[in-house]
Design a protein around this ligand. Structure first.
Ligand code: HEM
Ligand code: HEM
Length: 191
């Protein structure tokens, strides 16, 4: 990937590549915290639930804007939502291709867009419930709950995907979401 900072990091031939900038990492872990807090700790009838929800909404919007302004791996154009690319990616895995995607791989990308969209639906319906027009409207409350349940399922699959991809490629993805750098093992090409 051009314009990316790649360093050989030792005798094992592994390369260390800077991937996630501080803003991407900050937003990821604060959104995780916000979802956890609203799912487990806040009372949905009280104001803190709304404040945390607004913070999550703000961070998702900021991340989407950063997807146009940020560095290359953070750019939405580096991981377009493409079912075709996801199918090709599964085929590559089946063939045993030794390819590591610096940004999200095409399967991960579909999940990332799904999570963002789901969070936007949760926050939009949450805000709607507080308006005169939609106060007490059943489908809005149901959609808020349904989207939340869908988010929980998505997160299980998201974490499973991360764990399986870590095992397959040997790249410590969770560590990279903390430190910002991916260490690519020798013998693997970078896409
Ligand atoms: C509420 C829970 C979670 C949500 C909403 C969530 C959402 C997301 C989103 C939106 C991204 C894309 C990041 C970006 O491009 O800005 C992402 C990436 C990532 N998440 Fe999560 N996540 C959650 C929990 C977790 C947990 C518990 C882990 C660790 C086990 C994790 C590990 C990762 C990793 C490693 C990536 C980068 C994957 C890659 O290298 O392609 N996430 N997550
Ligand atoms: C990360 C974002 C959010 C999450 C994870 C979340 C999660 C939830 C959950 C799990 C419930 C309980 C559903 C049920 O079983 O009845 C709920 C209810 C509710 N949420 Fe949220 N929410 C979020 C954002 C928001 C926002 C931004 C608002 C408003 C500004 C909001 C307003 C409400 C209200 C008013 C209820 C009560 C619905 C009722 O039971 O009558 N939420 N939310």
């Amino acid at each position: 990937m051009s314009g990316t900072d790649i360093k050989n990091s030792g005798r094992d031939g592994a390369r260390t590549v800077r991937v996630w900038d501080p803003l991407v990492r900050f937003i990821h872990w604060v959104v995780v915290l916000g979802v956890l807090v609203n799912a487990v700790f806040t009372d949905p009838e009280e104001l803190p639930h709304e404040f945390v929800g607004y913070a999550v909404l703000g961070l998702v919007i900021l991340r989407l804007v950063w997807g146009f302004l940020g560095p290359k791996p953070a750019k939405l154009s580096s991981f377009p939502p493409s079912p075709g690319a996801a199918v090709s990616h599964v085929r590559e895995i089946g063939r045993g291709d030794r390819l590591v995607h610096l940004s999200h791989n095409p399967l991960g990308a579909l999940m990332v867009y799904n999570i963002w969209l789901t969070l936007l639906v949760i926050c939009a319906t949450g805000i709607m419930m507080g308006t005169v027009t939609f106060f007490g409207v059943e489908w809005v409350e149901e959609l808020h709950e349904l989207a939340f349940n869908w988010l929980m399922l998505s997160i299980v699959l998201h974490v499973l995907g991360v764990v399986l991809d870590q095992r397959r490629t040997g790249v410590a993805l969770v560590k990279a979401m903390i430190s910002g750098s991916k260490k690519i093992p020798d013998g693997w090409s970078i896409k």
